[in-house]
Design a protein around this ligand. Sequence first.
Ligand code: GAP
Length: 513
Amino acid sequence: MAKQEDVFKKVISHAKEYGFIFPSSEIYDGLSAIYDYGQNGVELKNNIKQYWWKAMVQMNDNIVGIDSAIFMHPTVWKASGHVDAFNDPLIDNKDSKKRFRADVLLEDYCAKLEDKAQKEIDKAEKRFGETFDRVQFEETNSKVIAYREKQKAILSRMAKSLENNDLADVKSLIEELEIADPDTGSKNWTEVRQFNLMFGTKLGAAAENAMDLYLRPETAQGIFINYLNVQKTSRHKLPFGIAQIGKAFRNEIVARQFIFRMREFEQMEMQFFVAPGTELDFYEKWKQTRLKWHLALGLGEENYKFHDHEKLAHYANAAADIEFKFPFGFKELEGIHSRTDFDLSAHEKYSGKKLQYFDPERNESYVPYVVETSVGLDRLFLAIFSNCLKEEVLEDGSQRTVLSLPPALAPVKAAILPLVKKDGLGEYAQDIFNDLKYDFNIIYEDKDSIGRRYRRQDAIGTPFCITIDHDSLQDHMVTLRDRDTMKQERVPTSKLRSIIDEKVNFRTLLSKI
Ligand code: GAP
C-alpha cells in the first residue's frame, strides 16, 4: 500500500479514536460522506471559526458578519444559476455499478500523464546533477512535451464539450483514451448525464400547496440577498464586505476522501462589494491576504500554492484556488473569485427590486461588483489536522503521537494533573482548575500514570500539562510541561494564567497575519 494512503488512514483513525470526528449515524452503519464532530472536534472547529471571524470581521472595520437562513426562496437558486447549471457530469460503470464524475476520470488521466512527465524530469535531474537546467529540459525534451500536449488537448476538448453540453463527446473521449474503472478495470460505461447537486425539500404541511425548496449549496447567496439590508443599516460605503459562516449541502456524486468532500459541510465566505472597474485590484489583494492568513498557521509555506483558473465560470472575470498539500496531494482549499455584478444583477432581474449603490464620489448609481473569498471549514480542519498529526521517535527510542496544533486552535489549552488524588493534591489541582476555567478550556485528570496522561494530551494537541506534586502544597509551584519540546519547568501557580494566555491567545496568532 502506498505510504500516502497509510498516512491518510492514520489521520482518519486518530480523528475517531480521540473524539474529533465520527462517521454519522454509525450505529446504523453510517451515512455516506456525512460526519459528526466529537468533543474535541467541535472545539477545534469552533476555534478555526474564531480565527477566521476575528481576522475577517473583527480586524476589518469595513467587513460585517451575518447569519442568514439555510432555507431561501426557490427563485434565489433560479437567479443564481444553480437550478440550471449546478451540475456535475456523471457516468456509471455497468459492471461494477459504481458512479464516477466523467470530468474527474479525465482529470485523473491527465494527472497520470503529468506524473510520467515528472518522472522523466526527475530521471534527467539525477543524471545531470548540478548542471541540470530544469526549464530548458521541460521546454525541449520530446517526451515531456508530448505528455503535456496530450494533457492540454484532452482538457481543452473536455472543457469545450462540457460548455456545449455535448456529453456524447465526453463519453467518446473516455472511450478513446481507454479509461477504465480504477477499481475493477472495466471499460463498460453508460452514457454521460448531467446531475444537479442541490438537495430538494418541501415547505408547508399540505402536500398540494407545499413549496419546493432547496438546501443551500453555498452560503454566498444568503449574503447577496441581504446586500441592501446590510448596506443600508450598517451605512457602509463601498468597498465593504459581508462575511458568513454556515452549513451548505451538495449531493456530491463522488464523495470520498473523508471530510474533504462531504454532502453536508460548512463554508466561511466573504463577499466584498466594490465599484465596477476596481474589482481586479481587490481580487489580487484578497488573494494575497487570504494566503497570508493560511501561512500564519505555520503549517509550512511549501504546502500551499495558487492555482489560477484559465477556464472561468460565466459570471467570473478572474478566479484562483489556494491549494493545500493534503495526504492525497495538492487539492483546493479555498476559492477566490471575482464574480463581477452577476449575482446582484440576477437578483435584481428576478426579484424586480433595485440592488444598487449610490456612489457619492462618482455621483452615480450602479450594481456593485463582488470579490468573494470562500473556504470550506471542514476542508481546513482536515488540512490542519492532517498536517499537525506526527509520529515522533524520542531520544530513548520510544514513540509518541503528537498533534502539534497552533496553540490558539487546540481543543484543550491545559490539562491539570495531580500526581495522585490523595494527600490534598486533588483539591489543590481542583482549585487551579476552578481558577483557570473562566479563561480557558481546560481539563482535570487524575487517573493513570503521569506518562500515560501526558501521551493522551499530546494526542489531542494540548499545549500545556500542569502537574501538581507534594512540593506544590508547600512552595505553590507546579510543573509545566510544553507539548512540543516536552521540556518541564517549575513555575509559580499564580503565574499559570499569564503563561498559558501568552501562548494560546488569538492575538499571538492574528498578529502574524
Ligand atoms: N460561493 C462559492 C463557492 O461555493 P466552491 O468552490 O464551490 O465556491 C468553496 O466552494 C469552498 O467550499 C471550496 O474551496 C471547498 O473548501 C469548500 N467545499 C466545496 N464543496 C465541498 C464539499 N462537498 N465538502 C467540503 N467542502 C467543500
